[in-house]
Design a protein around this ligand. Structure first.
Ligand code: UDX
Length: 443
């Protein structure tokens, strides 16, 4: 294997994970070729534009295109000729109602790359896949590659959080590589030498364990969120306050305060689909009871959306028909324009289907929301969205909403009523301005 700094890497798939990985690896000094079958996306990236919102990524993309270390292609032959190491970063969306993962993009990446591999090559998957996938793909790669078993496959899951993708790639909290091949291990070590030298733990496991690390991490995070949201359900009826409860729990460092934020619950392109795919895989493996608790985790999460709608309905007197409703937030979380399984848009469209006129505002996700939910109304500012509202719902906790001035909003709404779906506001402050304030898990 060539020296770390000079190793040439191809990144297959330039979505959120791939584009971020490609730009960050170029920033770390590698020569990187990003590949996607979507020509429009490649054209955009070549011209220095990121097809989604991710803080800090534009600058990295531009700087590394300019340095010449980063380029893009749609050709697998070119990628095979260029790189010593290929990273598979394509998506694995939810397939259908079964919840199982759709592996067609991962399979297609291997099928298209393999026939061009004429010299010893390392291929490493970073996508989130059901346990057992990598072993099948390793055999498929060796069978299809002219170089045969000299085309070796390992699996190294990523743990990027949207909104912090650059930071999480440049300074990962751990690197896990599933492989029994010294060559694969060496290549992956070379890739992450810099952060590992700075203290990032490096774990070598078998393929199955590496695959499981990712899905079990996401299952744990989802469980933690649903746990505190279950406590919110109990708190509401028992007369307790879930915010104080969460704070008190957080001082036990065995529990910790992260991912213990009660509210509308989790959405996005990972947590919801990953727990469903994990359950589907457990079912296939005959260990369905081991993960049956995840069904409850999912159900608690869905109930939060229904509960938020109930609270808003109560506030306006029991019926949405003909009412004016403002929804603040469309992205599944702040600092992202990702609307995949967005709790905010789910709530907004249900309320609209119940007869209300719903107007949505989001600092970054308006364009995507408009495309996906043309039946909703959209505004270009918070104040414009709140005009004549009978009730305002805060559903994604952007800083702009956290810092909103209740006096300013008072001047435009019809009724001073707010549902804080993310427990992001100070109830005392809002009530002092004459607002009726309601939140999940509080009195
Ligand atoms: C997640 C994992 O964190 C990341 O490690 C993995 O690689 C991909 O999936 P991401 O989807 O970017 O990352 O979002 P995350 O920050 O985990 O938030 C997921 C959802 O949980 C959001 O909808 C967020 O609003 C919600 N959430 C988070 C809560 O409801 N409460 C919390 O306390 C934390």
């Amino acid at each position: 294997m060539v020296e770390a700094e000079r190793m040439r890497v191809s990144v297959i798939g330039t979505g959120y994970l791939g584009a971020t990985t490609a730009a960050c690896l170029a920033e770390m000094g590698f020569e990187v070729l990003g590949l996607d079958v979507d020509e429009a996306k490649i054209d955009l990236l070549r011209s220095g534009r990121v097809p989604f919102y991710e803080p800090g990524l534009d600058e990295l993309l531009e700087a590394n295109l300019r340095s010449g270390r980063l380029s893009f292609t749609t050709s697998f032959a070119e990628a095979a000729g260029f790189a010593d190491l290929h990273l598979i970063c394509v998506g694995t969306p939810q397939r259908d109602e079964s919840g199982a993962a759709d592996l067609s993009y991962v399979n297609s990446a291997v099928d298209h790359l393999a026939p061009h591999l004429t010299r010893p090559t390392v291929v490493v998957g970073r996508s989130t896949v059901p346990v057992g996938t990598a072993a099948t793909l390793a055999a498929r790669l060796a069978a299809l590659a002219p170089v045969g078993e000299e085309a070796e496959l390992g699996w190294s899951p990523e743990f990027l959080r949207e909104g912090f993708g650059v930071e999480d790639t440049l300074r990962p909290n751990r690197i896990v590589i599933g492989t029994d091949s010294p060559r694969v291990e060496k290549a992956v070590r070379a890739l992450w030498q810099q952060p590992v030298n700075e203290g990032t733990p490096f774990l070598v496991t078998d393929l199955q364990t590496a695959e499981l690390v990712k899905v079990s991490a996401n299952a744990f995070l989802a469980t933690k969120i649903s746990f505190i949201n279950a406590m919110a359900e109990v708190s509401e009826v028992a007369g307790a306050d879930v915010i104080q409860l969460a704070e008190a729990l957080s001082y036990d460092d065995r529990i910790g305060g992260k991912f213990l934020g009660p509210g509308l619950g989790f959405g996005g392109g990972c947590l919801p689909k990953d727990i469903r795919a994990f359950m589907a895989r457990a079912d296939e493996l005959g260990v369905e009871p081991a993960l049956s608790f995840l069904r409850e985790v999912d159900a608690i999460n869905q109930r939060r959306r229904a509960r938020t709608i109930d609270i808003a309905r109560q506030l306006i007197g029991g019926n949405f028909a003909g009412r004016t409703v403002t929804v603040l937030g469309a992205a599944f979380k702040p600092n992202s324009d990702d609307i995949r399984d967005s709790p905010a848009l789910d709530v907004a469209s249900t309320i609209a289907s119940l007869g209300a006129r719903v107007t949505v505002y989001d600092p970054q996700a308006l364009e995507r929301a408009r495309e996906a939910h043309p039946q909703l109304n959209y505004a270009d500012s918070m104040l414009e969205a709140a005009r004549d509202a009978d009730v305002v719902l805060l559903l994604t906790e952007w800083a702009e909403f956290r810092e909103a001035n209740p006096e300013e909003l008072s001047a435009v709404v019809a009724q001073k009523r707010i549902v804080d779906g993310r427990n992001a506001l100070d109830p005392t402050y809002w009530r002092a301005s004459g607002w009726t304030y309601r939140a999940l898990g509080r009195q």
